[in-house]
Design a protein around this ligand. Structure first.
Ligand code: 5RP
Length: 259
């Protein structure tokens, strides 16, 4: 691997495990609970994130350029919750990603959806350009309402994304998750999904890494927690230190009690 690609990837993936903080939700759903004021929500969390996944608008407006946190730039979009979500295009070029000193770009694919081909071609064209500049592409396997989030479907989506050149794939946790990881030749990270109780979100992170995930790219279960800083610290303990769920949960409670 060329130095630029290797260097950027290692900034995002560390030595194999990562806690990415996903705060790109506004790109299709506008103001999001927990992220109404991006700058205020992000500031306390940045020191504990291995990378930040967000749009260029959020980055320019709400993150201090002096921050050292690696950036994963959301580069697909063009849709809103009011219309067909799979109808995405590429919204941010690799040139813009280089200008913003991004360490990777993220593109969603909607396998099995109405616009499957369009989104897979968004990924391929971004990989073509990204490889030219040493910019890794993270593929997000977005799941339409009509799809089952099972290992067969997610395994298919992850494998296609990797075959099209994604350097990292983000997907959802599912039963038999180890089959998804085994069939995907690049590292897999998981999204947290809808907000659930802290214990369940920590269990999800724990099970995912035990079954081969390289970490999490978690959003709502961190920034919508009653204690976002406690929660990201607890997720870090699970992903980086192999903490069990109960001791990680105790960490969230201690931090909340000490406030
Ligand atoms: C949307 C995304 C989001 O970043 C991701 O799903 C957010 O993570 P979470 O589900 O943990 O809130 O990629 O397509």
């Amino acid at each position: 691997m060329d130095f630029g690609m290797g260097n950027r990837l290692s900034r995002v993936m560390g030595k194999g495990r990562t806690v990415m903080l996903a705060v790109d939700h506004g790109y299709f759903q506008g103001p999001t609970t927990g992220l109404e004021n991006l700058k205020r929500s992000l500031a306390p969390l940045i020191p504990f994130a291995d990378s930040l996944m967000l749009t260029r608008g959020a980055l320019r407006s709400s993150v201090d350029p002096a921050e050292k946190v690696p950036i994963v730039l959301r580069s697909s979009g063009g849709t809103s919750v009011l219309k067909e979500l799979s109808d995405e295009g590429v919204t941010t070029s690799i040139e813009e990603a280089v200008r913003l000193n991004a360490s990777a770009v993220a593109v969603s694919v909607f396998v099995g959806s109405e616009r499957e081909k369009q989104t897979l071609l968004n990924l391929s064209s971004t990989v073509d350009e990204g490889e030219r500049y040493g910019m890794p592409v993270l593929a997000v396997t977005a799941v339409g309402r009509e799809m089952n989030r099972d290992s067969r479907y997610l395994g298919l989506a992850c494998r296609i994304a990797a075959e099209l050149g994604a350097r990292v794939v983000k997907t959802y946790y599912c039963e038999d998750f180890e089959k998804v990881v085994d069939a995907c030749p690049v590292p897999v990270v998981i999204a947290g999904g809808k907000k659930v109780p802290e214990r369940d979100a920590l269990q999800l992170a724990h099970d995912a890494v035990s079954k081969g995930a390289a970490g999490v790219d978690m959003g709502r279960n961190i920034f919508q927690s009653a204690d976002p800083v406690g929660m990201i610290k607890a997720v870090r303990a699970v992903v980086h230190e192999g903490a069990d769920v109960e001791s990680a949960l105790a960490m969230v409670r201690q931090i909340a009690a000490g406030r």
